[in-house]
Design a protein around this ligand. Structure first.
Ligand code: FES
Length: 111
């Protein structure tokens, strides 16, 4: 595992959640209720980049077909509108350790 520096904490606080490049990966970052979250930023359905933060429900919504993922676990909690019978238990996204270091968000990713 290796820590990768991404955007500033101030930038993340402004937007709440966003996808960023970290190493060779795209990671979705969120700051909600005083807590940082990091998960794979590529949707498991058809590989769109996530997404819209639903802060009321602590979820991220994919903008392509509206699948929803739980922030803390990466679990798919709503299937894509075009694939209502998708096996949601197999379509969860990986989550990663995340921290603030010297004003920047860092994510610990496998090498
Ligand atoms: S690509 Fe995300 S729901 Fe289809």
């Amino acid at each position: 595992m290796t820590w990768h520096r991404t955007i500033s904490m101030k930038a993340l606080e402004k937007v709440g959640g966003t996808s960023v490049k970290a190493g060779e990966s795209v990671i979705y970052l969120a700051f909600l209720g005083g807590k940082l979250y990091a998960m794979n930023g590529v949707c498991s359905h058809a590989k769109c980049i996530l997404g819209h933060l639903d802060s009321a429900n602590s979820r991220v919504k994919c903008q392509c077909h509206e699948a929803e993922f739980e922030l803390g676990t990466g679990k798919m909690v709503k299937p894509p509108v075009v694939a209502q019978n998708a096996p949601m238990e197999k379509l969860g996204l990986s989550t990663f350790p995340v921290r603030e270091e010297n004003g920047f968000i860092e994510v610990d990713l496998p090498q």
